[in-house]
Structures are given as C-alpha cells and as structure tokens.
Design a binder for this molecule. Structure first.
Ligand SMILES: Cc1cc2nc3c(=O)[nH]c(=O)nc-3n(C[C@H](O)[C@H](O)[C@H](O)COP(=O)(O)OP(=O)(O)OC[C@H]3O[C@@H](n4cnc5c(N)ncnc54)[C@H](O)[C@@H]3O)c2cc1C
Length: 461
C-alpha cells in the first residue's frame, strides 16, 4: 500500500480480505480524486476506499459488506454531476461504475442493453453504427455516464423535442440496500404490471439503490439539422421569442446564452460570436428534407419580429455544430472566471422572461456575476453564480444570490432543479419547494428501501 493514511489501513485490509476479486483503490491520491464531483461541494468527505466492480454480483457483495459494518456507500458514475450527488462521505466507500462499460444494441427491437459506466457519447456511437439514435444529450455527453444520466434523469439540448432520460428507460437492474438485485421493467415497450418502480429509481441519485444494468429504447437517426442563431439587445425580448418559437414550432433545440456566457466562450474559443449581444438563441430543426429549412426560417422570422438584431440561418451541419459546441462549452468557459455555484432552476416557459430578468436583478442587488445559460425551450435555466473563493464577503453574497434564484423560481411556479438533481447543494431548498407532505412521502420511501440510511447519505434528504 502506498501513500496511505494509517487510520484506514485496518478497514481497507478488511475490505481487501473480504472481497478478494474486487478492484479497490485506496491510496490517498486515488481517494482524493473521488472526493468531489463537478459541484466541488466544500463539505465532501474523504472516502475510505473506491471500489470498481465489474458485475452486478460484485456490487451486491460490496453492498452486503458495507451493510454488515454500517459503512456508507456513494454510487458514482463519471463524477460530472453539478449538485454534489456524488460527493464522497467521510470514511465511506465510493462504488465507481467506471469499469462496467458493456453495450449491446439490438437493431431489431431498437433497444440498447447497457452497463452504467458507459459514456453517453459511446452509446450514441454504438447506436449510430446500426442507424439508430439515443436522443438524451446533456451538454456533458462526452464525459457523463449513462448510469449517472439515469440516476439524475439527465436532460439536454434535444430534450425540448425528444424528452429526457426517463422517456428512454425501459428496464433497470438495481442492487438494493440489503444486497438484493432486482430486475425492474425490461425489453418491453409497454409495462403496466405493479407499481411503476423502474421510474422510481430514475432520478433517485443513488439514494435508493445502485443501478447495474439499463435497457434503453432507441429511435431512428433524425435527418440533418438546420440551425438558426439570433442575437438580442434585450433579455426580455429574447425570452418572448423563446415562448413564441416553443408554442409555434417543434424545434429540436432551443438554447439560450447571456452576454457573460457569450464572452466567456469567445475568450476561449474565438468562434466570432457577437460580444455585445445581451442574449443569443440557438435553434435547430430536424424535420425531414426541405421542411427543416422551412421550419428554421419560420423560427428566424419569429426572432426578427421580436427584435432580434442579427439572425443567421444555415443548413450547413458543420457550421450548426459550431454553435452547438459553443453552447455545450458555456459552463466550462464560465468556470474559468471563478468558482461557480451552479443553479438549475426551471419555470413554465411563459415565466422565462420574469426568471431571467429577476436573476439579473438579484445579480445587481448582491453585486455578484450571475451568467445564465438555458435549455430555453424547456424553461430550464442554469444560473451560474461566479465568485472568488478567497473573498469571503463575495462568497457569502454568492451563496445568498444562489438561494434567492431558487426562491424566485419557486415563486414563478418553477422547480429548484430541472435536470441536475438535488444532490447535496440544493437539499436545503427541497422542503420549501415540495412542502411537508411530499417531503414525508420522500422520507417514507427512502426509509423503506434503505432503513439504515447507508446509500448516499446526505444526498437529496
Ligand atoms: C459542462 C457540464 C455540462 C452539463 N450539462 C448537463 C446537461 O445539459 N444536462 C444535464 O442533465 N446534466 C448536465 N450536466 C450534469 C451532469 O453531467 C449530469 O448530471 C450527469 O447525468 C451525471 O452523470 P455522471 O456519470 O457524471 O454521474 P455522477 O456525477 O458520478 O453521479 C450523479 C448522481 O448519480 C448517482 N449515480 C451515478 N451512477 C449511479 C448508478 N449506477 N446507480 C445509482 N446511482 C448512480 C450518484 O450517486 C450521484 O448522485 C453537465 C455537467 C457538466 C460538467
């Protein structure tokens, strides 16, 4: 054993002895590397060990081992989560699914049989090889796992037309807190037998069980997209355009970036975006043939009518992909400006303008930068509160602003999280959002499935 904290030698020795076939990481560097996800939760603990199972049976063994000793477990996909859901717990075991990466595609039934560690983009590539498509496309497609996507019910850019992760989940194998492995749902397009338990585990953020196998529905590849980019000098006008586009077309993408995000992306990539624009909308249409051009022109007309300053329309797929890449790169680009508190609030689309302008008012009042990017067609925004962690006063104001944004969304009939999950960073706002009765129902389900509270303790509840 190298670089090992003497305090954990004994428990790790016990783990290695008890589960001899299991891959275990236990050096200090390896444990540190699994302490945080992308939310960088300051309260994350140092795990005792990181295990990398290769089979459902090995996951069962780990869960039984931990259960018998009262050791907390944190399931982990690729650690790209933005809510601290995969933050490690002090002295716990991180169960990383990174080496369960088998994918099987059945082109006849249009289904994928996937282990949870498969990276989203690798599943898309495997499906594309037989002319099929797995739609959900979080901006983290290149580095988030399907298990993590299912456990957070991930959304993304094409979800405005094609729905979110849960809409593609047909079946799951889940290891429960007592070590039992259950198959829920399966390779069937319809299922009405018993309670809808498969969906209970979608979005459960590792608090109810560990997902070890996933059956997903695939669809035919869509036609190539036509793209529109419109810039606005006025935030509210851009949000009115979003509502008008969402209610009159079936855009396959409708994304928003504000001035801070545009400039942060420009600073890094230099795509030639308009640095003076207050807002930029990126829309796509993937209707077949000429219909895509007609739909994208209709979207462009709506934007011009509502005051867009510059409007670009293109059927060039590569050029369209550049704008999509700019949007996908927005969070990492803003991340270079300081530490982030990452919001994920969503509102009914007619309230998007009130949310975006309300966030700007919070930013002014608290004197902190809040950059807004959004899956605008879904009403799902990502307000990124930027702060300097070495400036205690600014960090405190950022924290207040982060909470005020969630309070604002709730007042507008929205949600505290549209796709990133509650994790640890948003759980203080969950009671206020769902109310006492629903919170109790959440606790009842958690207590029934995990009476010792060992699965991802401290996440969600
Ligand atoms: C730049 C950037 C852009 C992003 N864009 C989007 C976006 O557009 N849409 C979106 O939805 N998200 C987005 N995210 C957030 C993140 O990528 C998603 O939440 C993703 O689904 C997390 O997957 P992961 O494999 O990294 O999971 P992790 O971060 O490792 O885990 C996330 C949660 O799932 C649980 N979990 C993971 N695997 C399992 C399993 N097998 N069984 C049970 N529980 C499990 C963990 O305990 C944790 O609670 C973005 C993140 C970044 C950094």
């Amino acid at each position: 054993m190298t670089n090992l904290d003497p305090e954990i030698v004994e428990p790790v020795d016990d783990l290695l002895r008890a589960l001899p076939g299991l891959k275990v990481l236990h050096s200090l560097d390896e444990r540190e590397a699994h302490r945080w996800d992308r939310a960088l939760d300051p309260n994350a603990g140092l795990p005792m060990a990181v295990v990398l199972p290769h089979t459902t049976e090995q996951v069962q063994q780990v869960v039984r081992y931990a259960g018998a000793r009262g050791i907390p477990i944190v399931p982990r996909g690729a650690g790209s989560g933005l809510s601290g859901g995969a933050s490690a717990v002090e002295g716990g075991i991180v169960v990383s699914m990174a080496e369960m990466t088998h994918v099987e595609i059945d082109p006849v039934t249009r289904m994928a049989f996937v282990e949870p560690g498969v990276i989203n983009v690798d599943l898309k590539a495997a499906a594309a090889a037989v002319g099929l498509w797995y739609p959900p496309d979080p901006a983290s497609i290149g580095f988030s796992s399907i298990g993590g996507n299912v456990a957070t019910n991930a959304g993304g850019l094409c979800c405005v037309k094609y729905g979110v992760t849960t809409d593609y989940v047909l079946g799951l194998t889940v290891v429960l807190a007592d070590g039992t492995a259950v198959d829920l749902g399966g390779p069937r397009l319809k299922e009405a037998a018993g309670l809808s338990l498969t969906k209970l585990f979608v979005g459960s953020e590792g608090t109810l069980g560990i997902i070890t196998r996933i059956v997903l529905r695939l669809v035919p590849q869509p036609p190539p997209s036509a793209t529109m980019v419109a810039t606005f000098a006025d935030l509210d006008a851009s949000c009115r355009a979003v509502l008008a586009v969402a209610s009159s077309t079936r855009a396959s993408m409708l994304e928003f970036m504000d001035n801070v995000a545009i400039n942060a992306v420009e600073d890094i990539h230099g795509y030639g975006l308009d640095r003076t624009a207050q807002a930029m909308l990126i829309a796509q249409s993937d209707q077949p043939g000429e219909a895509a051009t007609r739909e994208i022109e209709a979207i462009a007309a709506v934007c011009r009518d509502l005051g867009a300053e510059e409007v670009l329309v293109t059927a060039d797929v590569e050029l369209g992909e550049t704008y999509t890449a700019a949007r996908r790169g927005a969070i990492p680009a803003v991340e270079t400006k300081g530490r982030l508190l990452l919001g994920d609030v969503g509102v009914p689309v007619p309230e998007l303008g009130a949310l975006v302008t309300g966030i700007a008012a919070i930013s002014d009042a608290r004197d902190v930068i809040i950059s807004v990017i959004a899956h605008a067609g879904d009403g799902n925004t990502h307000p990124l509160v930027v702060f300097d962690p070495d400036d205690a006063d600014q960090a405190a104001r950022a924290e207040v602003a982060y909470g005020e944004v969630m309070d604002l969304a709730i007042r507008l009939g929205g949600t505290i999280t549209g796709e990133h999950g509650v994790g640890r960073t948003k759980k203080a706002w969950l009671p206020g959002y769902v109310g006492e009765d629903v919170l109790r129902l959440n606790r009842t389900i958690k207590d029934a499935l995990d009476p010792m509270g060992l699965l991802n303790p401290g996440a969600i509840l």
